[in-house]
Design a protein around this ligand. Structure first.
Ligand code: HEC
Length: 148
């Protein structure tokens, strides 16, 4: 009897701990996190499609679509300048740096979207490299671990 009570007590406690843990995590993940998840998905799809000429031949349309998506997300990134102040451990003025770095991201994605329309593998891959440089450029300043 006593044992059963304990078991109920502990399993309730465990369930609550899981629930609170999840809440704490959800809280930590702000609008930037959501946005970056989408950015990362689009970028990974492009990575895969431009890897080799054979991949590209099959998947050129993916690059055209996903690069347009990146342009939209880059515009959201530009607009999210206010979030930059909340990021800890940044040297210098976060907003001024965000403006430059997000503008690089937007410019390189627009260039990629333009080049991708021509369906030239080498040129598209090059344009995508420039986009990826803009990702790491920003992550360096805002101290985000780059996976790549
Ligand atoms: C203008 C700055 C900026 C640019 C450009 C940028 N990122 Fe980010 N990225 C961030 C910040 C800030 C975070 C941390 C967000 C957070 O988790 O709160 C982040 C986080 C991430 C994460 C980790 C997921 C997360 O949110 O914890 C991935 C993956 C990522 N970015 C991918 C990319 C890729 C791919 C590109 C380029 C195509 C890119 N980012 C461009 C600022 C940027």
């Amino acid at each position: 009897m006593i044992q059963t009570k304990f078991r109920v007590f502990f399993s309730t406690f465990a369930a609550l701990a899981v629930a609170f843990g999840t809440l704490a995590l959800a809280d930590e993940h702000g609008p930037l996190h959501e946005m970056m998840e989408s950015v990362n998905k689009a970028n990974n799809a492009i990575n895969k499609a431009v890897r080799t000429p054979v991949n590209y031949k099959k998947d050129a349309k993916t690059v055209t679509e996903k690069s347009k998506e990146l342009v939209k997300l880059a515009k959201d990134t530009v607009a999210a300048v206010g979030e930059s102040k909340k990021i800890k451990g940044v040297k210098g003025d976060p907003e001024a740096q965000w403006k430059t770095l997000a503008a690089d991201f937007l410019k390189s994605s627009e260039e990629l979207a333009k080049v991708a329309g021509k369906e030239d593998h080498a040129a598209t891959k090059n344009a995508h490299q420039a986009v990826k440089k803009s990702c790491s450029g920003c992550h360096e300043v805002f101290r985000v671990e780059d996976e790549k």
